[in-house]
Design a protein around this ligand. Structure first.
Ligand SMILES: NC(=O)c1ccc[n+]([C@@H]2O[C@H](COP(=O)([O-])OP(=O)(O)OC[C@H]3O[C@@H](n4cnc5c(N)ncnc54)[C@H](O)[C@@H]3O)[C@@H](O)[C@H]2O)c1
Length: 325
């Protein structure tokens, strides 16, 4: 008998992973699934013996849920989060949490007023290597940070449309920005230049293919970040490097190395719980502190990336709204 009943808004590629993982946790059942694509909603609902919906309003009215997952494209966040929070449902939301700070503040207010738990899909925070990196950097002075996310073009149609995804930095490289914030503190200012160099002919492509950003942290540390989707076909690179006095620390996805070496990064990484297990544990304990990225935290990562977009559009440095004002 399930004691935790989960609903989903969005049943696309990313949601299917969450569905598999959360339904594998003992005592959890997915009981309602909503997608504007009726075929997707019905297919996923059949798999989990859930009720399918194409509109979240009747779903939230009729279903007795414990928590709601929202995994829709960035432009598609509407009132599901606010309505769910008002009903007392705990929320797991995918990154980026939405596409504007106004919408983000509206959701934040509803979550904090209702006192429900919130978790944003920054799953890298839970990995052993990031936990060790955070502990190592906690008492160090970071001088500079350098990061790349050079990858290929995802097939998803909305991803390449600026008004729908916010561009690669907001949609995807938010993971790098979030790790940097998690281990190095808050970002107070962004200065950015964007260009479209090689992908202007790709159909329906309205995002820049070259984004160069300078972030300033509250500590005074400076970061240069470069992100592009033109690096398909094996040309990719994804990393973050931290420069301390006579010490460089490199994160490359699954691994952290120090040059010169330090013992903290030599042991094999430990297995870590997945984000869906963490979310369920937090619900059972009614304990927000078990979750590494709350909605407020996720909104701060959005804030930094939207500040970069505004800087690229205006040609001026832009302070972040939450940490930089
Ligand atoms: N944490 C991660 O590593 C990670 C990985 C991939 C995707 N994501 C995030 O997950 C979200 C979804 O991405 P995806 O790859 O699954 O996209 P997708 O296009 O595969 O799926 C999105 C689904 O949402 C549905 N949808 C759109 N508007 C809706 C609405 N108003 N109500 C209900 N359903 C709606 C679409 O029909 C589609 O089925 C994005 O925010 C993305 O950034 C996170």
């Amino acid at each position: 008998m399930a004691d935790i009943k989960i609903g989903f808004v969005g049943a696309g590629g990313n949601a299917s992973g969450h569905m598999q993982r959360v339904s594998a946790v003992e005592g959890v059942a997915i009981t309602a699934i909503c997608d504007v694509d009726e075929g997707r909603a019905k297919e996923a609902a059949a798999e989990y013996n859930a009720t399918a919906y194409t509109d979240h309003h009747p779903m939230l009215d009729k279903e007795e849920l414990t928590a709601l997952y929202v995994s829709v494209p960035p432009f598609a966040h509407s009132d599901a989060e606010v309505l769910a929070a008002q009903k007392g449902l705990h929320l797991l939301l995918e990154k980026p949490v939405c596409l504007s700070m106004d919408k983000g503040f509206e959701i934040l207010e509803a979550i904090e007023k209702a006192g429900v738990l919130s978790c944003v899909g920054y799953q890298l925070r839970y990995t052993d290597v990031i936990q060790r990196l955070k502990a190592y950097l906690a008492d160090k002075t970071i001088g500079m940070i350098s990061s790349h996310r050079w990858g290929g073009l995802p097939p998803t149609a909305w991803w390449r449309v600026m008004d729908q995804s916010g561009g690669q930095l907001v949609e995807q490289t938010t993971h790098q920005v979030d790790i940097m914030r998690y281990v190095a503190g808050e970002i107070v200012e962004a200065y950015a230049k964007y260009a479209t160099r090689t992908m202007g002919d790709v159909e329906n492509f309205t995002i820049p293919d070259s984004q160069a950003v300078l972030f300033e942290f509250a500590s005074g540390a400076l970061c240069t970040l470069s992100t592009s989707p033109m690096a398909g076909g094996g040309a990719g690179k994804s990393d973050i490097s931290f420069l301390l006095q006579e010490q460089r620390i490199d994160w490359t996805g699954r691994q952290v190395t120090a040059s010169p070496p330090v013992p903290e990064f030599e042991a094999e990484p430990k297995e870590t719980p997945n984000i869906d297990q963490v979310f369920v544990q937090a619900i059972r304990a009614n304990d927000q502190s078990k979750i590494a990225s709350s909605f407020r935290d996720g909104l701060m990562s959005l804030d930094a990336t939207l500040a970069a977009n505004e800087s690229a559009a205006t040609g001026k440095p832009v302070r972040t709204k939450m940490a930089g004002s």
